[in-house]
Each structure stands twice: as structure tokens, then as C-alpha cells.
Write a protein that binds this ligand. Sequence first.
Ligand code: FE2
Length: 448
Amino acid sequence: MNYDLRSWAVHKDSKHPFDTPAPHIDNGAVRPDPKRYTSPQFFHDEWEKVFAKTWLLAGPSSDVREAGDWMKFDIGVESFIVVRKQDGTLAAHYNVCSHRGSQLVVDELGSQNSFTCPFHSWQFDLDGKNIKVTDPETFRPEVLCHGLDLSSVRVEEAAGLVFIAMDENVQPLKEYLGPVLPMLETYEIDKMHVVQHRRSDWAANWKGGIDAFYESYHLHAIHPQTMGIINDRTHIDLFENGMSRQFVPFGEPNSHFDDQAAINPGIAALLADAGLDPETFQGTAAESRSAIAMAKRDRAARMGLDYDKFSDAQLTDSTIFGIFPNAQIGCHAEAVFLHRFKPHATDPEQFTYETNIMYRHIDVPGYGAPGWMGLGDDVDMTGETRPDVVHTGLGEPPGMGEVLDQDSDLLPIVQAGARSRGFRGPLWGEQEARLRHFHVHLDRWLAK
Ligand SMILES: [Fe+2]
């Protein structure tokens, strides 16, 4: 086995502990049955044996900072209310009234001391305990003995993120996240807030989304506009429980890009973002990445920011974590992207792609989010206003920039091919090692 197939010289001579490669995991070379992308039975089994058994990323802690703050988390057939209690801990309940099953909340977020069902005004406190039955004298006592409180699920927080689990016996979250947790903690997501929240329905299986976002192999074909600035020679690490990370170098051209020397307009913009003047920059395009890391380090020192905890790669690259089963977190020193691929309630060939951009406001002149993040002047970067969720339906462009539009155009085409009896299953290369790792762990859960 040539281990180098998953790792190019992304870290060069780095001695930074963050860059330490994970021990090699050999996931074999099996070609899986493509029914996993279309079969209603497979889809049903995934829900029962994976989604109902593992931790699921419900949202950022910043959305439930104060007592009474709650967020709705919808996935598949389920909806949950995650709420901060008076004692500062979280509770999570099915968004279902114990009376007739109506959903209790329909908004995305809110803050209140109790939940009142819209149907017959039954009330529940933040712990999910019933505090009011309307006209209780009209119920036989034996009916009210059946249990009036909300059904609750496990909830834990780590690295500024909230996870829920439907299985009472799930392993502790910190154990589940394993070595990925301290890596995520370096970004201090708990000090960030949501500056953009988008949700978009796509005509593909949810794993089609995972598969596309878990590799950089397709950049040259689908996103040619990135070729001047994002290298597809990445570094991949695989961890226990189906977790993974990938360093995708920003600030150097794609290996398929002809001109590795000239400072193209994309590189010039990245240099300028880091405070370097592209006009006077002496290096080549291939050398700009390390210059950007150095410039960001100097700037952070001037601003009193602790960047020693970051390796150079973390300062330039998209450092991406796969959180099994359905989340991917793209990390940058300035901001973090939470991506979730949520299965549809009933249709294996639809999913919802949801993304939050989390930003840490630092009130120092000259500090801001890199331009490529596309956070326009209309975005309140201070964290004072929580932006609304913008939801686009099937076939509508998600409005998250050109790259996402390209992916959303492509995925239904991939799904249509995956449906064919002529497709014999994916053949993953080592640039797609994270996909194989994810599917191996998916199959492990399904085999339980
Ligand atoms: Fe893509």
C-alpha cells in the first residue's frame, strides 16, 4: 500500500502538533452495492440503525446561549426542540405534544420559559414537564396517568456545538468524537455566532451530498474557477467512528492548472486578504500559500490574537472535518462552516443541505472574514442580529455562490446515473479515502 496516495506535501516540514498525521487505516477496496443511493429499504435501515443510534449535530451553542433560548432541529421524519434550561444545561425534546402529537413550535429559534401547544394549549416547561392540561376535569384520571410530559432525547455540547441522540444508550459525545474533538476546540466555535444560515433541498440521496463534499478530486471538472487558487493535492486523515479530516490547500494552484508561477487574480485576492500587496509580492503562485500563513501570523501578533495554536496549514487551508454520520465542518481561523446533509423524511432520492457560517467578531481595525467567504456588506458580523434561515426548494439555485450552484446542478445528474441498472457501484480512489471510510462505518452500523 502506498500511503502517499492520500497525502501530498501539504504540511511540508511542519512540526506543529495539529498537523501530525493520523495512523493509517486500510479500508480495503470493496465496490459497494449502488442500491445504497436509491433503495427505500436501505434508506429505512439507515434511519433506524444509524440516525436513531448515533449523535447528530443539532446546531451551534451560540443559538441557545441564554436560559429559555431554544432552536428547532429537523431531520428526516423528526423534529426536536433543543433548549437552554435555567440551570444552564441543555434539554432536547421531540417537538411533539404529549396530547395529540401536534408539533409545539414551528419557528426556527426563540426564547421563552415554557412551550404551549397550538392545538389545545397544553403547556410544558423547559424540562419538558407538563405544567398545564386545559380543562383537566374533563379527563378521566386513568387517561392522564399515561404520562403527560414531552418525550426527551440525549443532548450534549462539545466545542461550541450541540448534538442530540435518540438512543438513550449512546456512548458519551466526547468519546464518540474522539481525536477530532480537541482539533475542533482550537477554533473556539463557542465564541462564534451565526452570520449566515442557508438551507436548500437537492434531488439526490443525502450520501450524494456527503460524497461530493468529502473530496477535492472533482474541483478541476466542476469548479474550474477554483483552479488558480485551490490545490486538489490534499492531506487526508481517517479516525475512529467514521470521522475524518482533510487539508485542502488555499493559495496555491490546482495540480491540473498550467501556470503555477503567475500571481493570478484569485491568488492576488488571497494575498490582499492577508494584508500583502500582490503588486509587490516577489514569490510565485505556488509560494503564496506560505506567505499568506506568515502574513496572517504577523497580523495576529500585532492584534494580540493567539495564533500559536494554529499550524500554518490551518491559517490558509480549508481544514475540513467529517463528523459521522451527516456533518462536515470546514474550519478557518476566522470562521467555521457547519454543513449538514439531512435525509428527506420519506424519499431516498432527496436531501436537504444546510449550512451555517460561524464567525468570531474581533473588534480590531483591519480584521475581518476573508473575501472569498462571500459575506457581503449587508451581513452583521458583530453577532448582534441572528440572521434568518433562507430556504430554497428543489431545483432552485441555493444562492450560496457559484461553487454551490455548480454542485447543486451536478448532484441530480449523479443521482440519475446511480439509479441506472448499468451502475455497478462506486470505485473510490485514495483522493476519495474519506468517502470509503464513511461508507465502511455506515455499513458497520447497518450490520449491527
Ligand atoms: Fe463541488
